[in-house]
Design a protein. Structure first.
Length: 60
C-alpha cells in the first residue's frame, strides 16, 4: 500500500529530522528500485483468471 511504501522510504530521513522528499528541489525525481520475489503460488482460478501468490517485496 502507498502509505507503507512512503513511510518505509522516508523513515530514515524523518528519523534525522528531515521532512518531505529527500531532494533539494521539488522538481527533482526520487529514484525507487523495487524487486519482487515469488515465494509460492497459493491458488489458480482458471475460470476467473485469478492467480493468488505469496511474494516478498523489497524497496530501496
Amino acid at each position: 500500500d502507498e502509505k507503507r511504501l512512503i513511510k518505509r522510504l522516508l523513515n530514515k530521513y524523518q528519523a534525522a529530522g528531515i521532512t518531505g522528499r529527500p531532494v533539494k528541489h521539488t522538481s527533482e525525481k526520487v529514484l525507487v528500485e523495487m524487486s519482487l520475489s515469488l515465494i509460492q503460488i497459493l491458488d489458480l482460478d482458471e475460470k476467473n483468471q485469478v492467480l493468488t501468490t505469496s511474494v516478498w517485496l523489497n524497496y530501496t
